[in-house]
Design a binder for this molecule. Structure first.
Ligand SMILES: [Zn+2]
Length: 113
């Protein structure tokens, strides 16, 4: 499963941050996930609780914020959000665009003791 590898990576970052700042317990983490990733937030939470057992991140609440897809259109110059499941420029309906947002996956903030 893709989510498992991603979740392990996420935990590693949390634990590294925890060590750096001498944190004893991570209560909540806020992560950002682009709409274009195929990551399922519920799966991430599920796996996180398994891989984080016995660490400072055990029983951490996970808050996932989705990042909408943004494009820069090569045809009309439109810059901004692309409609969900649309895959066309919302302005000119063109298909010649660069995706500028929506592929992200990262740890945004942590709430700790
Ligand atoms: Zn356009």
């Amino acid at each position: 499963m893709h989510e498992l590898a991603v979740t392990k990576g996420l935990l590693k970052i949390c634990l590294e941050e925890g060590e750096k700042h001498k944190i004893e317990k991570i209560n909540k983490i806020n992560i950002k996930v682009g709409e274009l990733t195929d990551l399922v937030p519920d799966c991430i939470s599920y796996y996180f609780n398994i891989v984080a057992r016995g660490t400072i991140a055990e029983n951490t609440e996970i808050n996932v914020e989705k990042i909408p897809v943004e494009i820069e259109c090569n045809e009309c110059g439109y810059k901004g959000i692309m409609g969900k499941n649309d895959y066309k420029c919302p302005k000119c309906k063109g298909l010649q665009y660069e995706i500028t947002k929506g592929r992200e996956f990262y740890l945004d903030t942590m709430e700790v003791d």
